[in-house]
Design a protein around this ligand. Sequence first.
Ligand SMILES: Cc1ncc(COP(=O)(O)O)c(C=O)c1O
Length: 383
Amino acid sequence: MSSVQRIYLDHNATTPLDPRVLDAMLPYLRESFGNPSSLHWFGQRARAAVEDARGRVASLIGADPAEIVFTASGSESDNMALRGAFAKAREARRRVVVTAVEHHAVLHCAKALAEEGGSVEIARVGEDGRLDLDDLRVKLEDSATVASVMLANNETGVLQPVAEAARLAHERGALVHCDAVQAGGKAPLDVRALDVDLLTLSAHKLYGPKGIGCLYVRRGTPLAPLVRGGAQERNRRAGTENVAGIVGFGVAASLAREGLVAETERVGVLRDRLEERLLAVPGARRNGGLGRLANTANVSFDGVDAEALVIALDLEGVAASTGAACAAGGVEPSHVLKAMGFPPERVQSSLRLSLGRGTTQEEVDRAADVIGVVVGRQRAQRT
Ligand SMILES: Cc1ncc(COP(=O)(O)O)c(C=O)c1O
């Protein structure tokens, strides 16, 4: 057994399950195992739990419960939003506009739609990682089906001007999808204020279980189902519901809502403390503007290979991330940092640190010390 005290600074990848969420889920994995579609007592118990959770998730984002469709992940919800809107669009409108910094669940789906007879336009971001609204306006033209603009970026935490983007898209007759997976539980969320038609959440980013997400579908939005079969989720998503997962998502959403203000403030202080110490390391630079999630720091260290850095940090007990996606045969450089116009050396030397509910000041200070030492060691090894 290793005696390393581990520090988890990768909450944007996933969060630990809150024990209160687990407690709420367990009965639905044991005695309350009914199928919500069944008419008998067992089924109706499960149905009641699913509907209670639907209300809780809806409350987190200011939606009506009937506008929530449970899915198996944020990725599924993103695909459902784009494909579902695309399938209902007239041929002349089969264009999808996405920002250059979207998650691959949006980007790869949009590119697949382009190969299937549509077209995709990628809207630029500035060096601060924020969407260029003028470019979005141009890319929208008058014939887009849907514009997809994320609320908070998973690598930099940068917040996007979703409400402004929605106004532009609606003026041109396009639907608006917002991937709010990273913002869920970390920033206030109100679908009416954002004026979006579709919005994605995923439970495992907010101390809920993995394998459960949802898509908010504004009442009246034309959307074809992605998964066909039974009549679950009001005919919008077939498949027997993941009852325990949905219950966990519901409780996680309630807890996130209750703790949002205090936790955002607490974690923001810790993130700023960590970042300040990291930026004091010579050759360190912050990636992304200041309008961002309170929990995320993305810093490049000149002359350091981030992949090697993450591995070395792991050996010292600090779990961080490069922000880049693992691809077959290696790590692909971050499309997000590339889109912000950074040269390859800066992209390859970027470290993402994402704090969470369990993060303490002691951990942040120790992580900053360890990162400073490991960066120095790696630079010394290169010379
Ligand atoms: C912004 C964003 N969108 C979508 C996803 C995908 O969510 P899931 O892991 O539930 O498929 C992620 C996960 O990292 C994400 O960060």
